[in-house]
Design a binder for this molecule. Structure first.
Ligand code: PEP
Ligand code: MG
Length: 580
């Protein structure tokens, strides 16, 4: 059975499944004689202490393995543990009803659940989930049950779960984990991001895979294509094993190019950079031969947590990334919330067209409190490495000016406070709206570089929602429209003397490497694992050839013709295996 999902972390693995299914807890109910009430309360308090110890343990482990900047959800859980709403009410019920602690906890949780369910607010509803998680831990400790954990896996397995919480992955015995497959999630869900940081193959968003497989059954995960195959027949299995072998050979070959530049046969060089979501991912730069970070998506910091990260917390994360990357440069993108990324704590109103709505720089300009805090943190971190700042979703020159005005204000503040920052920090604009693309000549005069966010530019250029399956056929990176947009942006930048990067998913697509090269793009920024293959393609052609191919491709009147031509003229797969 083949199930299609979202490719979250590349690599192919075959192995036995370990299916993590939430266990249903049976809550006993019995009377406690009056003289034993004090003991029952003590038993409850002991369970709280045990839970506290567990939570602190996991919090420390997460911090150690994923860095301090990983969203700290465990502090919130610890606060809940001490919340009178939970503790005192439970004790009250034990005393008044003379019943056992498990039953009292369950009653309180049910009441809290009911209260929360009536609330519309998304943030508060998510807090209810936190209460449930903590409550479940307390109940397990009262019942003397072991938390089902990934800490002591006896064999090497592929973890299949509905979703994986950071607490679960933190406890995971990593040497025995071959891969992840989950029911839910997208490329920026916890599981996906963690899998990439840990470089474990993963496919997420597989629907109901946990219902279709039992522990012990064989499963194949293809993290490149985003598929999982349950109990594959022999021929399918052989095909995947073959592909895995080929990829390993290719990886070995390409690894030799790690330190080599992305240079064409006639000496034209472009930069290959990494896209990251967590500061810790900076460690992957060396491994894949990235020349720096071309896009650090900072919004991940703001998701999956119940408060807004402070300036200090952000500063520590950016400083860590800048220091670890040094002497390589990093581009920190300011907050790009909205669209499909919402921070529950910010309580932004529901919109009919979120991708056309209050997102990215538009949100930041309306919330200087949040924006300036982030700019302060980025500026303060700028003395620890080669840091640039980049604004997402610029639509007009005026927006860029407003953003820069805030940046200048923050510089003045920091100067007054005698805090250090790099005066000459470079500023970039993401070009991802048609209005910015078409006025790129104006915007280019007031920034140091462009970075084309093709994920968004394609959706706005084609007027096609990037996450709507029904119209996915219109999401065409190689359409004549998109190619003309890119050409116009690159040329406008060059005329004003600034460089243009591409940092959307197409930067890592080897089928489009030649055309991006031929269009004159100066830098490609992608998920770090894609870098070796893109580099090999670049090193196997001349810039002259790439320009000719691009010119021809630009003359076609349909995406299909462009795609077919690009595939046939210099087959990317052949270029990958070519020896040079
Ligand atoms: C893009 O739009 O291409 C981009 C890189 O930004 P994001 O995917 O985070 O919107
Ligand atoms: Mg974007």
């Amino acid at each position: 059975m083949l199930i299609k999902g979202v490719p979250a972390s590349p690599g192919i693995v075959v192995g036995k499944a370990f299916v993590l299914k939430p266990e249903t807890l049976t809550i006993p109910k019995y009377k406690i004689p009056q003289k034993e009430i004090a003991d029952e309360i003590k038993r409850y308090m002991d369970a709280l202490s045990l839970t506290r110890g567990e939570l602190i343990g996991i919090q420390k482990k997460v911090e150690k393995e994923l860095g301090e900047s990983y969203p700290d959800i465990f502090s919130a859980h610890l606060l809940i543990l001490d919340d009178p709403a939970l503790r005192e009410k439970t004790i009250n019920i034990i005393e008044k009803e003379n019943i056992n602690a498990e039953n009292a906890v369950a009653q309180v949780l049910e009441k809290i659940g009911m209260t929360f369910s009536k609330i519309e607010d998304k943030y508060l509803r998510e807090r209810a989930q936190d209460f449930k998680d903590v409550g479940r831990r307390i109940l397990k400790n009262l019942l003397g049950k072991q938390e089902e954990t990934l800490a002591n896996l006896a064999d090497k397995v592929i973890i299949v779960a509905h979703d994986l919480a950071p607490s679960e992955t933190a406890q995971m015995d990593k040497k025995n984990v071959l891969g992840f497959a989950t029911d839910v999630g997208g490329r920026t869900s916890h599981t996906a991001i963690m899998a990439r940081s840990l470089t474990i193959p993963a496919v997420v968003g597989l629907g109901d895979i946990t219902q279709r497989i039992e522990s012990g059954e064989r499963i194949v995960i293809d993290g490149h294509e985003g598929v999982a195959v349950i109990n594959p027949p022999k021929t399918t299995l052989e095909r995947y094993l073959n592909k895995k072998k080929q990829l390993a050979v290719l990886e070995k070959k390409l690894n030799k190019l790690r330190k080599a530049p992305a240079q064409t046969t006639d000496g034209h060089i472009i930069s290959l950079m990494a896209n990251i979501e967590l500061p810790k991912e900076v460690e992957l730069l060396d491994r894949y031969g990235a020349e720096g970070v071309g896009l650090y998506r900072t919004e991940f910091f703001f998701l999956n947590r119940s408060d807004i990260p402070s300036e200090e917390e952000q500063f520590q994360a950016y400083k860590y990334a800048a220091e670890r990357a040094y002497p390589l440069p990093i581009v920190i993108r300011t907050l790009d919330l909205g669209g499909d990324k919402f921070a529950s704590v910010l309580e932004t109103p529901k919109e009919i067209n979120p991708f056309l709505g209050w997102r990215a720089i538009r949100f930041c300009l309306a919330r200087p409190d949040i924006f300036k805090t982030q700019l302060r943190a980025i500026l303060r971190a700028s003395v620890y490495g080669k840091v640039s700042v980049m604004y997402p979703l610029i639509s007009t020159l005026q927006e860029l000016r407003q953003a820069n005005k805030f940046l200048e204000e923050v510089k003045v503040e920091l100067k007054k406070e005698k805090r250090e920052f790099s005066q000459k920090i470079k500023i970039g604009a993401m070009i991802e709206t048609p209005s910015a693309a078409i006025t790129a000549d104006l915007i280019a005069q007031e920034v140091d570089f462009f970075s084309i966010g093709t994920n968004d530019l394609i959706q706005y250029a084609m007027a096609v929602d990037r996450i709507n399956e029904k119209i996915a056929y219109l999401y065409q990176p190689a359409s004549p429209a998109v190619l003309r947009f890119i050409k116009h942006i690159v040329d406008s930048g060059h005329r004003k003397g600034i460089k243009t990067a591409v940092c959307g998913e197409i930067a890592g697509d080897i089928n489009l490497t030649l055309i991006l090269l031929g269009l004159g793009v100066d830098e490609l920024s992608m998920g770090p694992v894609a870098i070796p293959e893109v580099k090999q393609i670049i090193r196997s052609v001349s810039i002259e050839e790439a320009r000719k191919i691009t010119e021809k491709a630009m003359s076609f009147d349909s995406t299909e013709k462009v795609v077919n031509y690009l595939k046939s003229v210099k087959e990317p797969l052949k270029l990958l295996y070519k020896s040079n």
